[in-house]
Design a protein around this ligand. Structure first.
Ligand code: GRF
Length: 210
């Protein structure tokens, strides 16, 4: 896809919402080439919903109707309707702890991105920081990638490397990575808006690549 200019974002978040907050803060300070139009959560009590409301952004709980990780098509349909109502162009999974499927992905082809706290393809899935520590890697980091039907398996849009210190426990490493997640998410969205990319299979070719 080519550059699109400022893009209309819908954010799906299940919890704390610090990545969402990074987007809202960047938007408020004029550093985001996009606008968060709506925030949806599968958890009625998610702090992310409050962060959105505090920023004056539309926020809704969408009842997942089950504890299964994989969302039901009917629930994804409801999300797609809400995203379309708010004229969303790109969907950002920012700490969204459910697996999305073909209903959402077909509605937003190559326009759903996720932030993950490891250098994929290492350590996909839950507890990525713990996996990195247990494996003994000296560098970890974070990845922003396109979402496909494989968990944390889509084409990579951007990565940031974070050193692992010998004294790190899971929380210390997670905190260090999180700071970089916030930067990488904003940077990647801005690059999508300003340059654009073409996906060739798993490879992403940025229009501004030197
Ligand atoms: C982040 O580490 C993100 O990479 C992962 O879940 C965490 C969510 O944090 N997918 P927050 O809700 O954005 O604070």
């Amino acid at each position: 896809m080519s550059a699109t200019g400022p893009i209309r974002l819908g954010v799906l978040a299940s919890g704390r919402g610090s990545n969402l907050q990074a987007l809202l803060d960047a938007q408020a300070s004029g550093q985001l080439r996009g606008t968060v139009r709506v925030v949806l959560s599968d958890k009625s009590e998610a702090p992310a919903l409050k962060r959105a409301a505090d920023a004056g952004v539309a926020a809704s709980f969408i009842d997942p109707g089950s504890r299964r990780a994989r969302l039901r098509p009917a629930v994804e349909d409801e999300m797609v309707s809400a995203l379309r109502r708010h004229e969303v162009e790109w969907v950002v999974l920012a700490g969204f702890f459910r697996i999305v499927g073909s209903t959402l992905l077909t509605a937003f082809p190559d326009r759903v991105l996720n932030i993950h706290p490891s250098l994929l393809p290492s350590f996909p899935g839950l507890h990525a920081q713990r996996q990195a520590l247990e494996y003994g890697v000296q560098f970890s980091g974070c990845t922003v990638h396109l979402v496909n039907e494989d968990v944390d398996g889509g084409a990579i849009l951007g990565q940031s490397v974070v050193p692992v210190e010998s004294a790190d426990d899971e929380d210390a490493l997670a905190d260090r990575i999180l700071t970089r997640e916030h930067e990488l998410l904003v940077k990647t969205i801005n690059r999508i808006a300003s340059a654009g990319f073409e996906r060739r299979g798993r490879q992403v070719v940025w229009a501004d690549a030197t």
